[in-house]
Design a binder for this molecule. Sequence first.
Ligand SMILES: C[S@@+](CC[C@H](N)C(=O)[O-])C[C@H]1O[C@@H](n2cnc3c(N)ncnc32)[C@H](O)[C@@H]1O
Length: 219
Amino acid sequence: MNSCLQFLGEFARRPFTTIALWPSSKALSKVVANCCDLSPGGLIVELGARTGAFTRLMLDRLNGQGRLLVVEINRTHATLLRCRFPQSQMIQGSAENIRSHLGGRRAACSMSGLLWGNMLPQTQDRVLEAILESLAPGGQFPAFACAHAAWFPTSRRFRGLLTRHFQRLEITPVVWCNLPPAIVFRCWKRDSAFAGRPVLNPEFAGSSQPGMPEVWPVG
Ligand SMILES: C[S@@+](CC[C@H](N)C(=O)[O-])C[C@H]1O[C@@H](n2cnc3c(N)ncnc32)[C@H](O)[C@@H]1O
């Protein structure tokens, strides 16, 4: 309930820039967590955790077998998250500076709770560059996006960046059980053996539901 009140407060203050109306649902959190291959001892990063919907599920999945580092820019959210999840390492700061918190390590997976459609182009570039540099080769990057914002110029730009910079991109079907409904981009960083163009997983190519832009051409 507190999480929902936080969201309503933010929506009341910034009605035209708040895209996400409610904390991420369990259904969306599950889809995002399913996009991370967890191996014992792995390092997982979460960017923009706000109420900690993804954080809670990821800590359950890790079950003490790996490390979760959370980066949240908002001081109030970060303080609350630190109290809620003492098992994770909570950093109050920008995702743009993620490398400075990793101490030279690379993450196996970087989950994004960031609203990419709300970002300025130069911020998208800086944050994505930091993510790419902090991921291990072949590392995964799941990022949710609000389905209704898919055609915003900034959302289309973000999709273009993903297709250019990652080796592989999958787009999940719409998660309807979320307010607003969302999709998840699942991306893999290039590994050293890769020399080709990005590919879209053919498994997902036929999964569009009527009227929903779930699969886009790559390249
Ligand atoms: C849509 S909310 C996350 C939703 C979250 N999955 C939940 O269910 O509560 C986006 C969060 O990203 C944070 N954020 C925005 N820009 C950021 C940045 N550059 N670095 C880190 N966090 C950022 C915001 O403060 C906000 O808490």
